[in-house]
Design a protein around this ligand. Structure first.
Ligand SMILES: Cc1cc2nc3c(=O)[nH]c(=O)nc-3n(C[C@H](O)[C@H](O)[C@H](O)COP(=O)(O)OP(=O)(O)OC[C@H]3O[C@@H](n4cnc5c(N)ncnc54)[C@H](O)[C@@H]3O)c2cc1C
Length: 306
């Protein structure tokens, strides 16, 4: 899609802009074609302006955070892609508020958030240890583990709505479900207030986190690019078990492989394309359905043109 010059210029006044930028640099799968226009807003006011410009020009708009739950098509993403993740030029703020809650910009990494909270002697955020990406992506995905998820600790979020207005939303658990936070179509999270509890023993929290990270290193194929668990667990089942029992461990399509270490991970084993990964996803879904009559639903988000 060709984006008119005057629009690129207007966007360039409120953000860093890269044309036809390959998204494989911004996804943990290390795959994905170009964004017509990749923009990096410098602040939330700029973000509002970008959303308004996209709406006025009827241009497709996609938000990406750390790209750790994304499979972007090899032919890329049309329209404007907004990247909301900290990098060497912009860090997300994380601050302790007077009421004892913690405010985190959506671009802050989960890793820094966990470190900040541990240093203050809090607990309740241990589930976040080892989950890549940013706070915003974690909120939208209601990311978590069996130890907890974002919905358990969120008080409220600041956001930019689809009209470019800056607003806020209180969060209650009824808005969340398994790997999903229902905040409203097109809502872009800019920050969140998070409530944690005081740890009875702060050094214990730190050692628990070390254990969690050690466990992940043992159980997850972290030497290869991936996007974590590919499929949600169907009620009463574990996806990894179904995939394993269907004989798919190690199965390859092109450069994509079902991890031998954790069968709910598809790894980019050898120069995989997004299409290889998507085709392997389809193969797994068909095979598991043939064996068990269960349809596996993807946890990862597939966007763009394959
Ligand atoms: C090795 C590995 C282990 C993982 N382990 C876990 C795990 O234990 N538990 C778990 O839940 N996940 C896990 N994941 C998946 C992933 O890390 C999480 O879903 C993570 O929270 C995604 O954050 P992100 O910033 O990378 O979001 P992205 O992947 O960039 O985006 C995910 C979704 O959120 C949207 N989004 C991103 N930022 C914003 C924003 N600011 N406002 C609105 N929408 C936004 C995107 O449009 C997209 O739909 C793992 C991934 C990897 C690679």
């Amino acid at each position: 899609m060709n984006i008119p010059r005057n629009v690129i210029q207007a966007l360039g006044e409120c953000a860093r802009v890269k044309e036809k930028e390959p998204l494989k640099t911004y996804t943990t799968y290390r795959t994905g074609g170009p964004a017509d226009l990749l923009v990096f807003p410098g602040d939330n006011e700029s973000l509002s302006r970008i959303v308004r410009i996209a709406a006025d020009e009827s241009l497709p708009l996609t938000v990406i955070g750390g790209g750790s739950n994304l499979l972007v098509g090899d032919k890329g993403l049309e329209g404007i892609v907004i990247r909301l993740c900290e990098d060497s030029l912009r860090k997300g703020e994380i601050v302790l508020l007077e009421d004892g809650t913690i405010y985190a910009d959506s671009i802050a990494s989960k890793e820094r958030f966990v470190e900040f909270a541990v240093n203050l002697g809090y607990s309740g955020m241990e589930f976040m240890a080892g989950i890549p990406g940013c706070i915003g992506g974690g909120i939208i995905m209601n990311a978590g583990t069996s130890m907890g998820a974002f919905a358990d600790i969120l008080v409220d979020v600041d956001l930019v709505d689809s009209g470019g207005n800056r607003t806020a939303a209180l969060i209650d658990r009824s808005m969340s479900s398994y790997r999903k936070m229902g905040i409203g179509d097109g809502a872009i999270i800019t920050g969140a207030r998070i409530k944690l509890s005081r740890a009875a023993d702060a050094s214990r929290v730190r050692s628990d986190i070390e254990d969690i990270l050690g466990d992940r290193r043992k159980k997850h194929p972290l030497d290869y690019p991936s996007a974590g668990s590919v499929f949600k667990n169907p009620d009463g089942y574990s996806s990894w078990k179904l995939i394993d029992e269907a004989g798919l461990k190690g199965r390859m399509v092109g450069g994509a492989r079902v991890s031998e270490l954790h069968t709910n991970f598809i790894i980019n084993a050898d120069g995989a394309t997004s299409r290889d990964i998507r085709n392997l996803i389809c193969l797994i879904q068909e095979t598991v359905f043939q064996y068990f009559g269960i349809r596996l639903e993807t946890e990862i988000k597939m966007v763009g043109v394959f």
